[in-house]
Design a protein around this ligand. Sequence first.
Ligand SMILES: NC(=O)c1ccc[n+]([C@@H]2O[C@H](COP(=O)([O-])OP(=O)(O)OC[C@H]3O[C@@H](n4cnc5c(N)ncnc54)[C@H](OP(=O)(O)O)[C@@H]3O)[C@@H](O)[C@H]2O)c1
Length: 252
Amino acid sequence: MTSSILLTGGTGTLGRHVVPLLRGAGHDLRILSRQARPAAEGITYATGDLLADEGIEAAVDGAELVLHLAGSNKGDDEATRNLARAAARAGVRHLVTISVIGADQVPIGYFRAKLGAERAVEECGVPWTVLRAAQFHDLTLTAVRAMAKLPVLPAPGGLRLQPVDARDVAARLVELTGGEPAGRVADLAGPRVYPLAELARGYLRARGKRRPTLPVRVPGKAGRAYRAGDNLNLDADQGTRTWEEFLAERVN
Ligand SMILES: NC(=O)c1ccc[n+]([C@@H]2O[C@H](COP(=O)([O-])OP(=O)(O)OC[C@H]3O[C@@H](n4cnc5c(N)ncnc54)[C@H](OP(=O)(O)O)[C@@H]3O)[C@@H](O)[C@H]2O)c1
């Protein structure tokens, strides 16, 4: 059976992969965006801003399921509280959201806000599912592109990532959205753990470039957390697409 779904973040990197999968499963979608957008087949847009708490009530109205993917580098806790409150009032049947591996461990504002967002979902009274994922390949590519612009490649000692393909995360989220509320499910990470400098060298190789490497140390509590691997989960479920495959598609 298909249900009416409110999707937040449907215009973002992850959301753009989710939309065709949900449409393929026969769902009609309402997508919340801060920008007005024209409707397409099976898709309408609601204009609103989760952080400013604008337009949320109308967006949630009539939705049985909410898949909450909207996020930014600041304020995801508050934005999610606003959405979760409206979802509870509207009698939503299942609220599914994405978080990040290490949300409760890495002492950085973004991770703390994601933990706050998880709490908002858990405590709002709507049956819920939360999936924590590792960094997407896309974000990793943005980071290594910036590093590769420098004449010397910084190699932060002990900083490792388990980058995962946003398409794998999208597929898992669609599966979860079609299922019963499941609470915190197994984390989803990429197939391998890489030192950040190795990811950057892979990018440089794909571009046919070389750089000398400069070891650097990430200072403070955040540095300690990364060196301890608090952003990793070696027992996580694994996506199928590797960083090398993603690079081959995106870099030439
Ligand atoms: N990127 C990663 O590596 C990673 C890893 C783990 C988890 N996550 C989480 O996955 C989710 C999606 O990430 P992404 O990389 O796909 O994000 P993205 O490409 O930056 O897209 C952000 C999305 O959020 C929406 N949005 C942002 N602020 C909003 C607001 N105040 N009100 C309503 N909508 C808002 C945007 O919609 P409009 O611009 O149309 O308004 C857009 O669709 C986020 O929650 C992120 O924290 C990301």
